[in-house]
Design a protein around this ligand. Structure first.
Ligand code: UN1
Length: 493
């Protein structure tokens, strides 16, 4: 471990113990930033903004290009850290770093495409346009489950948009954050003097650190990923000072399986989405609505697959399901299973595994829970590999149930019936930010805007025109005539 850390120039020291979910052993210690340190970092970020906003955007893109090169060169080492700290299997750790590389490429192109509109003016001899200026320091608060990719979605865009970044990673994954920051610093060193100090900084800490960033007027944009509860606490603090939030909160993602679905495809999608990352993605599949005509073969086959899933050390080749992040995650899962049972659920799997080999880590067999209806427990997001399965007879009923939960992140339908697919994507269809046909709900590409509605928070990160959230819009009108005509044809004096 120390060898991996020293590769990134990190020497662990401090009071906060960081443990690996793989075996519960200490990885190292870090020091949290106190209120003074956070204040200094915010001040440094505000200073960095003064010069970075003047650097031409394509030049800012060059820094992100160099960062992408560092990520490519250090992909394996960074992915290893993701596995150690977050417990992801190797393939998913590598996939996470690949997302970082992809968003860097996207942002480099974007650095030449921060387009505004030219708008026809109603006044003669006038030109009206919309321009996008850097917004200012952006705080990124990220969660343990995507310890580096989500920061990269935000920061690659923010840097290109002219904004310095202050990053508060999860206290469960600080080393991965420090490593990513070290790679960014290497890119800065290669870039040259026009990158100010403190363009990207890490703030380590718990809830108070996040609160300090949320409350500070010098930070116009706060992008936060985590639970809906966290969002409820944070959003009012930011909006009370008229700051802007980009929120990516809870998901309770579903799949509707229709009679015409290709079941082998549906099953592969279900397994990847429901048990990948041990069910700890925002986009994990949690609710399955199966048409009664295909329920028996699909559920039967799923149960057989689940019973044989390779659960274990995520570093070992062949493992598909690594550990839960900690004891609290395990307890949350067991609580949900007990409640679901009380509501009439019939449970397969869900038990703890490998307790003897790893007494301080929490491995589980992913659970399939057949529910008589969409109960209270099903409507709640439990961040663990539990798949609630419900049967339906009518597409309309499945769609209503699909949209009946408070969250609105990702969704999908498996069908080869064009009408069902289109109805799912239509205005009265899925109410989520992401809606897929014949693809599971997780594993979104970076090119699309990522985020969701309702309690998911409404933010959009990553691709499409999400960059606009990191900039301020200015409507500028220029009079090149010798007159002063007023808008709305007003004659004044
Ligand atoms: C998250 O879980 O917070 O779509 C992000 C996916 C990944 C990102 C998930 N690209 O599953």
């Amino acid at each position: 471990m120390d060898a991996v850390l020293s590769e990134f120039g990190i020497s662990p020291a401090g009071n906060h113990v960081v443990r690996s979910p793989i075996d519960g052993n200490e990885i190292g210690r870090v020091a949290f930033d106190d209120a003074h340190a956070i204040d200094r970092k915010i001040a440094a970020s505000a200073r960095a903004f003064q010069s970075w906003r003047d650097v031409p955007a394509p030049r800012r893109g060059e820094l992100v290009r160099l960062f992408g090169e560092e990520l490519r060169a250090n992909k394996d080492a960074l992915a290893k850290l993701v596995t150690l700290e977050a417990g992801k299997i190797t393939a998913e750790g590598l996939g996470e770093v690949q997302e970082m590389i992809d968003i860097c490429d996207f942002a480099v192109g974007l650095s030449r495409q921060l387009y505004g509109l030219t708008i026809a003016s109603e006044r003669p001899g006038h030109r009206m346009m919309e321009q996008w200026h850097p917004a200012g320091p952006v705080a990124v608060i990220s969660a343990f489950n995507f310890p580096v990719a989500v920061w990269a979605w935000n920061s690659a865009l923010a840097i290109v948009c002219g904004d310095p970044v202050i990053w508060k990673p999860s206290e469960k994954t600080p080393f991965t954050a420090l490593a990513a920051q070290a790679l960014f610093s290497r890119a800065v060193a290669r870039f040259g003097k026009d990158a100010p100090d403190a363009l990207s900084q890490v703030v380590l800490g718990g809830r108070e650190a996040g609160e300090a960033l949320a409350a500070d007027k010098r930070i116009p944009v706060v992008s936060a990923t985590g639970s809906t509860r966290m969002g409820h606490a944070l959003a009012p603090v930011v909006s009370a000072r008229f700051g802007r939030t980009i929120l990516e909160l809870g998901g309770n993602n579903a799949m509707i399986v229709c009679p015409s679905a290709k079941l082998e495809l549906a099953e592969r999608a279900i397994v990847f989405a429901a048990v990948g990352t041990a069910g700890q993605r925002c986009t994990s599949l949690r609710r399955l609505f199966v048409h009664e005509s295909v329920a028996e073969p699909l559920i039967g086959s799923l149960k057989r697959t689940y019973a044989q899933l390779p659960v274990g050390d995520p570093r070992r080749a062949g493992t598909l399901v690594g550990p839960l992040i900690d004891a609290a995650a395990f307890e949350g899962m067991q609580r949900a299973l007990v409640e679901a049972k009380g509501e009439g659920g019939s449970i397969a799997g869900g038990e703890r595994l490998l307790e003897r080999d790893f007494p301080d880590a929490f491995y589980v067999r992913p659970a399939i829970v057949e529910m008589p209806a969409q109960t209270k427990t099903v409507m709640r997001e439990t961040f663990a590999p539990i798949l609630y399965v419900m049967r339906h007879a009518r597409f309309e009923d499945a769609l209503v149930a699909h949209n009946a939960v408070p969250q609105g992140l990702s969704s999908c339908i498996f069908t080869r019936d064009m009408q069902e697919a289109e109805r799912f994507l239509a205005a009265a269809g899925s109410d989520c930010g992401i809606a897929n046909v014949n693809i599971g709900p997780s594993g979104a590409e970076i090119g699309g805007a990522f985020g969701g509605e309702k309690e998911t928070g409404g933010g959009r990160e990553s691709g499409s025109d999400s960059w606009k959230a990191y900039m301020r819009r200015q409507t500028a009108t220029i009079n090149f005539s010798d007159d002063l005509p007023l808008a709305q044809g007003i004659v004044f004096g």
